[in-house]
Ligand binder design. Structure first.
Ligand SMILES: Nc1nc2c(c(=O)[nH]1)N(C=O)[C@@H](CNc1ccc(C(=O)N[C@@H](CCC(=O)O)C(=O)O)cc1)CN2
Ligand SMILES: Nc1nc2c(ncn2[C@@H]2O[C@H](COP(=O)(O)OP(=O)(O)OP(=O)(O)O)[C@@H](O)[C@H]2O)c(=O)[nH]1
Length: 474
């Protein structure tokens, strides 16, 4: 009972906290031309009235006015800036909101924030609190909130595009559509359970349900089969260049990052340390590593380099955002160690690239390509030359894996819920003939899993996780 009381108390306190009016600097910190201070909550109008001379009226909604902004107590003018009034519910948060667009000097910002803090009922916002309020007001679903968070962190074009699509509700709509279909399906199953004995409902209804469940499961499974492209784009890809000594690994790194980051020399075994460079390849954020060429060497320093290279491949084997470029020189045939240096485990996350094509007569290319496939068992082979830059464009296209039209899964969280959804649909199919109540429960579970993605179910527990990456003022 005590626990219940304290839980209730917490909820009341949380309710009170939510009733606060919050304010924050929404533009970035540091000197800037214009800074935006946002205010949201029931006291927003009060703050506006006591800091801006407006007479008796509030300004027309969503219209910028140039006004003096004053301290509510001393009446001193703090700045002259633009003032906007967004009455509820037509604001970002859905609450009464005000914006001050002021000059970006640190002293101006501090003075305005201090003045706001002195207005009763106002407090500084926590990180992500404006967006949290927008979520609670139903302005955004969780996938849109996540999209917004990603947009703020986006560093490359492809990241920006993916985040914007998600923020605009593309992914949310897909999950919402699946939810609606499942709800209809569940209604049919429940109707069948309730009414079939009275023969008020025909047998065919369940066949229809079977088809819907099957179709949906297939669609979700297809959506899951994306090789985690969306997630990779979100978090970036780690690419390691592997291969024998002198294959041209350092040359490739230098060509891609357009600066002499790694030492290139005709002496085999030049690279020892792992050399890293952050790149933007076709909009994908990529961390590229050059490693020591794999070979047995009596040189102690080179042995350490080879050990570090192997360690890097091993680390990568367990990460899903890891790609290996297996680089091979066209001269590989003549050198047995090159063959030995090929990575043992080769899969779709390993790209076979053939370097130094400038040394290869045109007529020999196809032959070599075939030979390579035979030796490596890998399908796509890119042919490039770091000397002439031939083939690099095609190589980047293959690497860049540009975004296709369909909305992509972007978060491991979504994947987990979708997998639960598929498992629950399988439960329907398993019990459909033996125990229809249990089968219906499967459909209900599947619906719950989908609801968790958009935050219609059990949002509170994950809100804190999502918002921890948000900045203050967002
Ligand atoms: N100055 C300023 N710029 C900004 C924001 C902001 O809050 N302030 N944003 C903050 O993220 C982004 C824009 N997002 C916004 C989203 C919704 C509404 C809004 O007022 N929505 C109302 C009315 C919609 C309409 O008129 O169509 C609503 O949803 O009811 C405002 C900004 C980026 N730029
Ligand atoms: N002709 C030709 N030579 C190349 C090409 N790419 C690299 N080379 C030369 O091949 C030699 C080895 O290049 P590196 O980039 O140092 O090779 P690496 O794989 O990093 O070598 P290690 O550090 O020994 O593992 C250098 O002399 C390069 O100039 C190419 O496309 N064509």
């Amino acid at each position: 009972n005590e626990a219940a009381v304290s839980k209730g108390l917490c909820r009341v306190l949380a309710g009170l906290a939510d009733a606060d009016t919050i304010f924050a600097l929404s533009s970035g910190h540091g000197r800037c031309g214009v800074a935006v201070v946002r205010i949201s909550g029931s006291a927003a109008a009060t703050a506006l009235r006591c800091m801006v001379g407006l007479g008796n009226q509030l300004p027309p909604p969503r219209t910028a006015l140039l006004r003096s902004i004053t301290d509510p107590h001393s009446k001193e003018v703090l700045d002259r800036g633009l003032v906007l009034w967004f009455p509820a519910p037509h604001s970002f948060t859905g609450e009464d909101s005000v914006e001050f667009h002021i000059h970006g000097g640190p002293a101006v910002i501090t003075a305005v924030l201090q003045a706001l803090g002195s207005v009763p009922g106002m407090r500084p916002a926590d990180a992500g609190e404006f967006t949290r309020r927008a979520f609670h007001a139903g302005k955004l679903d969780l996938t849109e909130v996540e999209g917004l968070g990603d947009l703020i962190h986006a560093e490359t074009e492809a990241q920006r595009r993916q985040a914007l699509r998600q923020m605009s509700g593309e992914l949310g709509r897909l999950y919402q559509d699946w939810s609606h279909r499942l709800k209809r399906t569940l209604a049919h199953v429940e109707a069948f359970i309730d009414f079939s004995e009275d023969e008020l409902i025909e047998e065919g209804v369940l066949d229809q349900v079977d088809i819907s469940v099957c179709d949906l499961q297939a669609e979700i499974e297809q959506h899951l089969k994306d090789e985690r492209r969306g997630e990779r784009l979100r978090s970036g890809v780690h690419v390691v260049i592997a291969g024998a000594t002198n294959a041209g690994k350092s040359s490739l790194l230098n060509t891609l990052c357009q600066r002499p980051a790694a030492i290139v020399s005709p002496i085999a075994g030049t690279t020892r340390d792992v050399v890293e460079s952050a790149l933007d390849i076709g909009g994908f954020p990529v961390l590229l590593s050059d490693t020591a060429g794999l070979r047995d060497s009596p040189d102690l320093v080179e042995q350490e380099g080879v050990r570090r290279a192997r360690e890097r491949y091993r680390e990568g084997a367990n990460q899903n955002n890891f790609l290996t470029i297996q680089l091979i020189s066209v001269q590989f045939k003549s050198t047995q160690p090159e063959r030995n240096s090929m990575l043992v485990k080769q899969d779709s996350r390993c790209l076979l690239v053939l370097n130094k094509t400038d040394l290869l007569p045109e007529a020999h290319r196809e032959e070599l390509n075939l030979e390579l496939r035979r030796v490596s068992g890998l399908p796509p082979v890119c042919l490039i030359s770091c000397q002439t830059n031939e083939g690099l464009k095609d190589f980047l296209t293959v690497c860049g894996d540009p975004l296709s039209g369909a909305p992509t899964l972007t978060q491991a969280r979504h994947r987990a819920h979708l997998q639960q959804c598929v498992a629950a649909l399988a439960q329907y199919r398993q019990y459909r003939d033996s125990d229809l109540a249990l089968a219906a429960e499967g459909v209900r579970l599947a619906l719950t899993s989908l609801g968790r993605i958009t935050g219609r179910v059990g949002a509170e527990e994950i809100l804190d996780i999502i918002f921890k990456d948000f900045c203050i003022g967002k």
